[in-house]
Design a protein around this ligand. Structure first.
Ligand code: FAD
Length: 317
């Protein structure tokens, strides 16, 4: 079922969902299941599965280091199919512009369609770790908006190169990213919102936000989006802080602010076990306020171990 249909069917009740990352190459999928199992009692109607960018690895060969490009966490669509089959839940693969040609994207979407996957998140992806700025792959898309348009074309039976007579259209529900504190490359929040509107106009059905720790930023973003003519559901993304290093890492990577009381609480922790508890308690309070405001879904970034998401969901769902 489509995410938008899940939201409609819930009839104003806030849903619970979460995002997982594929295991590293060579690791078992069982660890992923071990982390999903405890969250299933909260009835997530859908689970997102991220896609990782490719990266360089260095392989020693005859005394020299050979540079190879690889994806360390492949398998997004396979994991989506496996989870859908095992738990009878909708899954949402993240589809990236970066690292894919338009043809490869088309093949991936065809696979999704055959597997009965009805939702996809259309994302540009970040720059690779050795790059300062994002660079599109040769034959790939530069912006998420173009990827949304490609998916929307498939929904109308329009494949690349126009040589196919389609009698079986895909019907993907398309999610895109939104940034309550603006995307790090955008010159202003207003221009970023204009870009978000372009993604919605190209066919996006819903928005999932970047993590934020100050609910007012989300509420203001939703208001501004409405004023800009964006009338699709905007799902808040929530990340519980888990380690002290997040205080530097998250603002550096995502250009988001962390509220003073949370900083103080984390700084006064003796170890990361205490930080994890502070992160849980903060996320519960944050989620309660969002719940009271009637958000369509509370979407959690789980990043591996799910014990903290379970502790949060127990208080709310
Ligand atoms: P876009 O919408 O293309 O925007 C990128 C930037 O370009 C913005 O600053 C925008 O304002 C600007 N822009 C857009 N159109 C134009 C234009 N025509 N001219 C000039 N500027 C323009 N990354 C991953 O690698 N894998 C994942 O699985 C993943 N999942 C994510 C899930 C969520 C919910 C979120 C919020 C992010 C996720 N990301 C993921 C990170 C995302 O890929 C990065 O934030 C990326 O830098 C931007 O992606 P986007 O889809 O928002 O890009």
């Amino acid at each position: 079922m489509k995410i938008t249909e899940h939201i409609k069917k819930a009839n104003g009740k806030t849903l619970f969902s979460f995002e997982i990352i594929p295991p590293k190459k060579g690791k078992s999928i069982q660890e992923l299941y071990n982390n999903i199992d405890p969250l299933m009692e909260f009835n997530p109607p859908f689970i997102d599965v991220t896609t990782s960018r490719e990266e360089y690895v260095y392989v020693e060969k005859e005394g020299l280091l050979d540079r190879k490009m690889t994806r360390m966490r492949p398998g997004t669509v396979g994991i989506c199919a496996a989870i859908k089959h095992k738990y009878d839940v909708d899954t949402v693969p993240h589809v990236l512009c970066g690292g894919f040609t338009k043809e490869e994207t088309e093949y991936l979407l065809v696979d999704c369609h055959y597997l009965g996957i009805e939702n996809v998140m259309a994302l540009r992806g970040d720059a690779m770790s050795h790059q300062k700025y994002f660079e599109a792959s040769k034959g790939g898309h530069q912006y998420a908006k173009e990827l949304v348009a490609q998916i929307q074309n498939l929904n109308c039976g329009k494949y690349l190169h126009d040589v196919i007579e389609a009698d079986n259209c895909a019907d993907f529900c398309i999610g895109v990213a939104g940034y309550p504190e603006k995307h790090l490359e955008a010159p202003s929040l207003q221009s970023d919102l204009k870009r978000l509107k372009e993604k919605v106009d190209a066919g996006a059905d819903y928005v999932v936000t970047q993590m934020f720790f100050d609910n007012n930023k989300y509420f203001q973003f939703v208001d501004a989006a409405k004023k800009a003519g964006i009338n699709v559901p905007i799902i808040p993304g929530i990340k519980p802080l888990a380690v002290k290093r997040h205080l530097q890492l998250l603002p550096q990577v995502f250009r988001i602010d962390i509220p003073e009381p949370l900083i103080n609480a984390v700084e006064s922790c003796k170890n990361n076990k205490d930080v994890r508890q502070v992160g849980i308690e903060f996320a519960i309070q944050q989620s309660k306020e969002l719940l009271a405001a009637g958000v369509p879904v509370l979407h959690y970034y789980s990043m591996g171990k799910s014990d903290n998401i379970q502790a949060i969901a127990k208080e709310l769902f």
